[in-house]
Design a binder for this molecule. Structure first.
Ligand SMILES: [Zn+2]
Length: 111
């Protein structure tokens, strides 16, 4: 397992509960709880999404995105079909990246 450190204070993040991944422009960063909150306050929500990429709520959103993607795929919406598929796929890719890059290295709970 690889170690995951907070991008801001360099503290080691020991469990998924302490991990908050965040999308900043086109990159994804890992933060501890307190730095995440600080970061949210300091940066415009236009640049940074307010919900962390990991966690239960994010998993729910990922599921909804997946359902949306399947629905768009079969829907009769010729004009917006391709852009919608691209956008929804990007959301899923970001989620997957956050998982592969950070989450899978951490235990669910602190050992
Ligand atoms: Zn930190």
């Amino acid at each position: 397992m690889r170690k995951v450190y907070c991008q801001k204070c360099r503290k080691q993040i020991e469990s998924r509960k302490e991990l908050y991944t965040m999308q900043i422009f086109f990159s994804i960063g890992a933060f501890c709880g307190s730095c995440y909150i600080e970061k949210i306050k300091s940066v415009s929500s236009l640049v940074v999404s307010n919900t962390p990429l990991n966690g239960r709520y994010a998993n729910f959103l990922t599921l909804m995105t997946l359902v949306g993607l399947i629905m768009v795929y079969f829907a009769e919406v010729a004009y917006i079909k391709i852009p919608l598929i691209v956008v929804l796929s990007l959301v899923l890719l970001m989620r997957a990246y956050s998982f592969i890059r950070f989450e899978r290295h951490l235990p669910r709970k602190r050992i």
